[in-house]
Design a protein around this ligand. Sequence first.
Ligand code: ADP
Length: 270
Amino acid sequence: EGTIIVQVRVAPLGEDYVLLLADDRTEITRTEAIRNDFVANVSHELKTPVGAISLLAEALEASPDDEEAVRRFAQRMHKESLRLSALVQDIIELSRLQGADIVQQGHAVDLNNVIAEAVDRSKLQAEAKHIELVTGGTAPSPVFGDADLLVTAFRNLIDNAVRYSPEHTKVGIGLRRTEGLVSVSVSDQGDGISTEEQERIFERFYRVDAARSRQTGGTGLGLSIVKHVISNHGGEVTVWSQQGKGSTFTVRLPEMESQQNQGADGGIED
Ligand code: ADP
């Protein structure tokens, strides 16, 4: 399936024969390409706010007496610097994930506490848009993993639900247990995501509407962080959505007892 990349080395063996050594470089080349891609994307994403801040600073220097302009430029500089700091934070989070070994550093985690903490951290954003965060259900048994990483993942899902919903709507966070799994769903009454877009939103820096995402403080890395955290915990994240009818993101994590028999998936891909 696809192309195989080989590196061939030739060594003469006497007069009549040569020895051909072929190394399969497919996986290494693929990993390198993904890394280069990521670095290129990061550079591009960082350049935008840094460039804007630098231009705004120049403009400020040029018109120190125009109070209205000074106020406007300062406001925009503030916004760009917040964006820059959100980006840096997400990039650090992603690189921290690359080195995370859940199997080694994990412990029993009560998902009820994780969700309470994530909801608490998203509260201010929700209040600013008069969005009610409604939590229901409980997780009766613990999962195995890293509580901080799980809080980050659920916070990203709740922040997105708030970010892509109109004011005066509700975001539901439901916990349930089904056959050795604990599932957490985050549902919103936002615009929804088309079927084609649903396949791409978990990619790094992919945004359906880059301008809107940027304006509301999105970095394009949120869902890719969610995917990594959840797959590192041996779980999966899925999305159900219909345009105009909102979206539901569902995370399924193995309960600790059932997972101990199988072992967690500690690796990271893509
Ligand atoms: P961002 O920082 O842009 O929100 P994410 O990786 O978290 O980046 O999400 C990628 C894209 O998926 C978003 O830009 C948005 O277009 C779409 N998206 C994510 N969550 C939702 C949601 N709850 N409702 C509608 N669209 C969403």
